[in-house]
Design a protein around this ligand. Structure first.
Ligand code: SF4
Length: 301
C-alpha cells in the first residue's frame, strides 16, 4: 500500500540543507544507490538498539549475541542494496568494529526503565502558529519512549564522530517533531533526551536533555508551510558544501543541473490584452519586453 504524502524530519531538513537534493530524491524519485558510512553505521546501530529495547520491553533477558546479530544483519542489508561510501580513511572493518564497540558500551549502561514504545511510527497533523492545520501531516518515528514518575521522555539515539553541544540539541527540529507528535497523539508534553554514542578513539556515551513548547510546534508548522509553498512553486537549487556534497548520491545530475542551452523556442512572448498594451506608456512597454526572456529562462530544470 502506498504511503500517503507526509512530511518527516528528514524531508524537512533535506530541503533546508539542499533543495536540489530534495528535488532529485523526493520529487523526481531518482533512486539512491550509495550511502555514507555514517548513515550506514547509524542504521545498523539503531537496529541493534531496537532489538535490545524490544527485549527489555518484553522483560526478556539481555542477549548480547542477538543485539549484535541485528546490527550485522542491518549492515549486510545496506551493503547488499547500496554502495557504502567510506571517507576520511574509514574502512569497512573499522566501521563495523566501531559499531560493535558502541553497542557493547551502551549495553553496560543501566537499562532504560518504563519503556512505553520502541521504534514507534506516529502520524499526526501539523498546524501553523495561527492554529491552522496543514494539508500534509507529519510522520515521526521515535527510537524509544519511556515513562517514569509520570514524565514522558522521547529518547533519540545518535552515532557521531564528535560530542554534541547544548546548542546542537537546542536548535534541532527533531525534538520539536517528537514533542509535537506526542502532544497530538497522547495530549501530553514530553521531554527529549539525546543519547549520543560518540565514535572517538575511546568510544563514549553522552546524554543531553532538551524541551519544546506549544509555540515551537506552531513555528514548525510555519516552516513546513513555507517549504511546501516553495516546493509547489518548483524552487529547487543546489547548496554546495563539503558536508552536503561529499557523500551525495546525486552529484552527476547535480552537475548537469542548469546546463541546458537556452533554445530560441523557449522564448514565450508575453501576451497582454490590446487595451492594456495601449494604456502602457513607452517606458513600461520597453520594460515588459526586456523582462520577458529572463522570465522564460528562470523555469526550474
Ligand atoms: S551534490 Fe551537493 S549541491 Fe548537488 S544535489 Fe548533492 S548536496 Fe546538493
Amino acid at each position: 500500500m502506498r504511503d500517503r504524502p507526509h512530511w518527516s524530519y528528514s524531508a524537512i531538513t533535506q530541503y533546508l540543507r539542499c533543495p536540489l537534493q530534495y528535488f532529485f530524491q523526493r520529487v523526481l524519485g531518482i533512486p539512491s544507490h550509495s550511502i555514507g558510512t555514517g548513515l550506514a553505521l547509524g542504521s545498523a546501530v539503531h537496529a541493534g538498539l531496537a532489538e535490545y529495547h524490544q527485549r527489555l520491553q518484553r522483560k526478556e533477558a539481555l542477549d548480547t549475541e542477538l543485539v549484535l546479530k541485528a546490527f550485522h544483519e542491518c549492515w549486510d542489508e545496506k551493503e547488499l542494496n547500496e554502495t557504502i561510501q567510506y571517507r576520511d580513511g574509514d574502512t569497512r572493518e573499522d566501521s563495523i568494529e566501531q559499531g560493535v564497540h558502541l553497542l557493547e558500551l551502551y549495553l553496560k549502561e543501566p537499562p532504560p526503565e518504563g519503556i512505553v514504545a520502541v521504534e514507534q511510527r506516529i502520524l499526526v497533523p501539523l498546524y501553523n502558529s495561527l492554529g491552522e492545520y496543514l494539508e500534509t501531516p507529519l510522520v515521526a518515528i521515535t527510537d524509544l519512549i519511556t515513562e517514569t514518575n509520570e514524565d514522558l521522555t522521547v529518547r533519540e539515539f545518535k552515532t557521531s564522530g564528535r560530542a554534541y553541544s547544548e546548542s546542537d540539541v537546542a536548535s534541532s527540529l527533531q525534538p520539536t517533531c517528537y514533542v509535537h507528535a506526542v502532544r497530538e497523539t497522547l495530549g501530553r508534553d514530553a521531554n527529549v533526551e539525546y543519547t549520543v554514542l560518540v565514535k572517538t578513539k575511546t568510544p563514549k556515551i553522552q546524554r543531553l536533555k532538551t524541551s519544546r513548547f506549544a509555540e515551537d510546534c506552531g513555528r514548525l508548522g510555519d516552516l513546513v508551510q513555507t517549504i511546501q509553498r516553495a516546493v509547489d512553486l518548483g524552487i529547487f537549487y543546489p547548496v554546495e558544501s563539503p558536508m552536503n556534497c561529499s557523500t551525495c548520491p546525486y552529484r552527476q545530475p547535480c552537475r548537469e543541473w542548469g546546463q541546458k542551452p537556452r533554445a530560441q523556442d523557449e522564448f514565450v512572448p508575453l501576451t497582454i490584452p490590446l487595451e492594456m498594451a495601449c494604456s502602457l506608456n513607452s517606458t513600461a512597454r520597453a520594460a515588459v519586453c526586456v523582462s520577458q526572456p529572463d522570465k522564460a529562462s528562470s523555469v526550474a530544470p
